[in-house]
Design a protein around this ligand. Structure first.
Ligand SMILES: *Cc1c(COP(=O)(O)O)cnc(C)c1O
Length: 382
C-alpha cells in the first residue's frame, strides 16, 4: 500500500471509530477560564494543578529572566547553553528532592527517553507497569533491553516478573500518580521488592511533584521511599515546562556522557529555569495552594457522591469518570461544553479499549462555585 493510501485509510478508520484527534487553539487565562473563539468555559482539563502557570511571581521571574539571560539558551548545555541559573535550578532540585544530582531536560518525554536509551543495553531487563506513560513505553520498546510489563499496580505481577528474569541489571519503572486514572502506585511495597531482588527502581512523578508530600516533594516523599532514579516534570503542578532526572553522582555523570537528548538538544531557556525556581519556591513555602487543591478534590467527590455520580478511588487531582463507549464519552463531553465546562474525553489508545472516560482535573485555581456548577452539569449530562 502506498503512503498516500495508508494515510487516507488510517484517517478514515479513525474517523469511523470516533477516534480522530484534533488540536483546538484555545486561550487559557487565570481562574481556570478558557476561551475558544468567542465562547468561554470553566476549564477542568489542565495539569496546572496549583494554578501556577498564571502566578504573577512566576510570570515576573520569566520576564526578568529573559531580560537578564536572553530568550534562548543558544546552544546545548554541553556547548554554552548551561548557565549559573541552570546550575542553581539543578542544585535546588537536588536539595529539595533529596538526591545528589539533578539533570535538566527540555521535557518529561525527553527525560524518559534519554534515561532509558542511555541506561539500557541488550543484557538488561526493563520491568514496567502496564499503564506507564507513552514516553516510557516507547523508549522501552525501542531499547535493546528485554522489556516486560506487569498488570497495573500489581505487586504479585511485579514479583512474578522479578522472579522470572535472570539478567543482572533490572530496572523497575512506575509512576507516582497515573496520568489517566489518578491512582497512586504502592511505592513503599515496590521499593521493598526491588531491594529484595536487587533491582533498580525508577519513578516518574510527573503528576505527584509539587502536589503531594511535605513541601510538595511528591509521591516518593509521601510514601517515604528513595528510588534510584526519579523523573519530575515542570509542565504540570509547577506551571512551566521542562523536566529533570534526579539520581546519584555516577548516574548523572554517565548521562552527561551518553544521554543524546541532553547532548544534542538546545538547553531550556535560562529564563524558563528562573520561572521554575520561583514555582518551586512558592510550592515549598506556600502550602495554601496544596490545601486549596485538597479541599477542591474533597468537595468534588462529596458532591458527586450526593448526585450518585460514580467515581473511581482516585484521591488526587485527576478524577476520571469512566464512560466506556468512545462516542458516548465524546457526547457527554460535548454536553458539558454546552453548559460552559471544558472537560476532555480521553479515548483509546491513550486508555484501554472500552474505558473511554472524562478526565476531570481539579486545580487550586477553581472556586467552590465552579466545582458545584461542574457537578450539576455532569449530573445532567450523564
Ligand atoms: C506529562 C507526562 C510526561 C511528559 O512530560 P512533558 O514534560 O509533558 O514532556 C512524562 N511522564 C508522565 C507520567 C506524564 O504524565
Amino acid at each position: 500500500m502506498s503512503w498516500q493510501q495508508r494515510i487516507e485509510q488510517t484517517l478514515h478508520h479513525r474517523q469511523q471509530q470516533g477516534l480522530l484527534r484534533r488540536r483546538l487553539a484555545v486561550s487559557v487565562s487565570p481562574h481556570a477560564s478558557l476561551a475558544l473563539g468567542e465562547q468561554h468555559f470553566t476549564h477542568f482539563s489542565s495539569n496546572d494543578y496549583l494554578g501556577l502557570s498564571h502566578h504573577p511571581a512566576v510570570i515576573d521571574a520569566w520576564c526578568k529572566g529573559a531580560q537578564k539571560w536572553g530568550t534562548g539558551a543558544g546552544a546545548s548545555g554541553h556547548v554554552t547553553g548551561y548557565s549559573p541559573c541552570h546550575q542553581l535550578l539543578e542544585q535546588t532540585l537536588a536539595e529539595w528532592l533529596g538526591f545528589p544530582r539533578a539533570i535538566l531536560l527540555s521535557s518529561g518525554f525527553a527525560a524518559n527517553q534519554a534515561l532509558i536509551f542511555a541506561l539500557a543495553e541488550s543484557s538488561d531487563t526493563l520491568i514496567a507497569d502496564k499503564l506507564m506513560h507513552a514516553s516510557l513505553q516507547e523508549a522501552a520498546t525501542l531499547s535493546p533491553a528485554r522489556y516486560r510489563r506487569f498488570p497495573h499496580n500489581s505487586l504479585d505481577g511485579l514479583a512474578r516478573q522479578l522472579g522470572a528474569t535472570e539478567t543482572k541489571n533490572r530496572l523497575v519503572i512506575t509512576e507516582g500518580v497515573f496520568s489517566m486514572d489518578g491512582d497512586q502506585a504502592p511505592l513503599a511495597a515496590i521499593s521493598e521488592m526491588c531491594r529484595e531482588h536487587q533491582a533498580w527502581l525508577m519513578v516518574d512523578d510527573a503528576h505527584g511533584v509539587g502536589v503531594l508530600g511535605d513541601e510538595g516533594r511528591g509521591s516518593c516523599a509521601q510514601q517515604q521511599i528513595k528510588p534510584d532514579i526519579l523523573v519530575v516534570t515542570f509542565g504540570k503542578a509547577l506551571g512551566v515546562s521542562g523536566a529533570a532526572i534526579l539520581c546519584s553522582n555516577a548516574v548523572a555523570e554517565y548521562l552527561e556522557q551518553s544521554a543524546r537528548h541532553l547532548i544534542y538538544s538546545t538547553a531550556l531557556p535560562a529564563a524558563q529555569a528562573e520561572a521554575v525556581l520561583t514555582s518551586i519556591d512558592i510550592v515549598r513555602q506556600q502550602p495554601e495552594y496544596r490545601l486549596k487543591l485538597a479541599q477542591n478534590i474533597s468537595d468534588f467527590r462529596t458532591l458527586c457522591l450526593q448526585q450518585g455520580i460514580a467515581l473511581t478511588d482516585s484521591l488526587t487531582a485527576i478524577q476520571p469518570v469512566i464512560i466506556g463507549d468512545n462516542h458516548r464519552a465524546l457526547a457527554v463531553a460535548q454536553s458539558l461544553q454546552s453548559a460552559g465546562y471544558w472537560v476532555q474525553a480521553i479515548r483509546p489508545p491513550t486508555v484501554p479499549v472500552g474505558s473511554a472516560r472524562l478526565r476531570i482535573t481539579l486545580s487550586a485555581a477553581h472556586s467552590t462555585e465552579q466545582i458545584i456548577g461542574l457537578v450539576e452539569a455532569l449530573h445532567h449530562a450523564l
